[in-house]
Design a protein around this ligand. Structure first.
Ligand code: ADP
Length: 305
């Protein structure tokens, strides 16, 4: 791996006797996009807050951009950008003023921030909104501005907590394109997401977190190959449960019934597809296995909250 910009070893944090982060080890290289996945309550946000030095670990050690955290977190954060889960732009200010005010938090002189504003607006596709106040922006525009704002100090590493939640497909694609541009420039990204397609497209490597522990890690392709059969046949219909218990095991290495769908995991789908052609009341979808299949196998299908 290229130069390590973030490393954590044995990070632990508990609240009221509950271990929320339970021995997390991470090493992230320069220019990597690293994804942190996990069901609600898995400990993702707490891990991000530990990595940024916003809370103190009970134990473990951590270095961010050459600074130990939390001891030198302030110095590290000068070289870091943060895109929080909820947009916290200042509604009383215009687009430009939001960038200016944020830059001042880093101690940047106004002239330096102003010199960066045209490039930041271009990055966010917001040149035409420079003097507009925040309530007049769409959700996608606000997200783009929050991302541009996180770049005001030209950070080496950017933390993004669910960067595309609540956006429509067009807006998500634009954010993805921008995030790829950032890694191409050598910036390092750490993001959390609930969207497995987002993680599969963007992340070079991922860690799946559950109950505060990393239960699997690797590239999206590695995780899929290691964890799951290569093909999936989803079978739908009213009597699918009965069908699955009589037939699925004959064709599938593994199957799960969830509601009115049987997920059949197979190495060779052909015999199952031939069988299904004779089952008039069932519909089906044949597709390659993806990261969502991996995630559900590792963390289960039950709701967490
Ligand atoms: P995720 O981001 O994966 O949804 P979080 O890190 O937000 O998970 O939360 C993990 C667990 O830690 C949850 O059970 C949450 O209630 C608990 N938790 C997080 N922060 C605090 C806190 N400040 N005080 C008490 N419990 C907390």
């Amino acid at each position: 791996m290229s130069r390590i910009v973030l490393s954590a070893s044995g990070l632990r944090k508990s609240y009221g006797g509950q271990m929320v982060v339970d021995g997390v080890d991470l090493a992230i290289g320069k220019g990597e996009c690293f994804g942190l996945l996990g069901p609600n309550g898995a400990g993702k946000t707490t891990t991000l807050r530990l990595l940024l030095g916003l809370i103190e670990p009970d134990s473990g050690s951590l270095a961010l951009l050459g600074h130990t955290v939390p001891g030198q977190a302030r110095e590290a954060r000068l070289r870091v950008g943060v895109v929080p889960q909820m947009d916290n732009l200042d509604p009383d200010f215009t687009v430009e003023e939001n960038l200016l005010v944020y830059g001042r938090y880093f101690g940047m002189p106004d002239a330096e921030i102003e010199a960066r504003i045209p490039a930041l607006l271009a990055f966010a596709n917001l040149e035409h909104k420079r003097d507009v106040r925040i309530p007049a922006l769409s959700g996608g525009m606000k997200r783009r501005l929050t991302l541009a704002r996180a770049l005001v100090n030209d950070p080496d590493m950017i933390f993004l907590d669910e960067p595309t939640t609540g956006l429509d497909p067009q807006a998500r694609h634009l954010i993805w394109q921008r995030l790829r541009e950032l890694t191409q420039q050598g910036k390092t990204l750490l993001l959390t997401t609930h969207f497995m397609d987002e993680a599969e497209r963007l992340c070079h490597r991922l860690a799946v977190l559950d109950h505060g522990r990393i239960i699997s890690t690797g590239s999206p392709r590695d995780l899929i190959e290691r964890t799951i059969e290569p093909q999936v046949v989803e079978v739908f219909g009213e009597n699918v449960e009965q069908w699955a218990h009589q037939h699925a095991a004959l064709y599938a290495t593994r199957f799960e019934v969830s509601g009115e769908t049987a997920f059949c995991y197979v190495s060779d789908a052909q015999p199952l597809l031939e069988h299904l052609q004779g089952q008039g009341d069932l519909r089906y979808l044949h597709r390659p296995a993806n990261l969502e299949d991996v995630f559900l196998k590792l963390t289960g299908r039950e709701m967490r909250e």
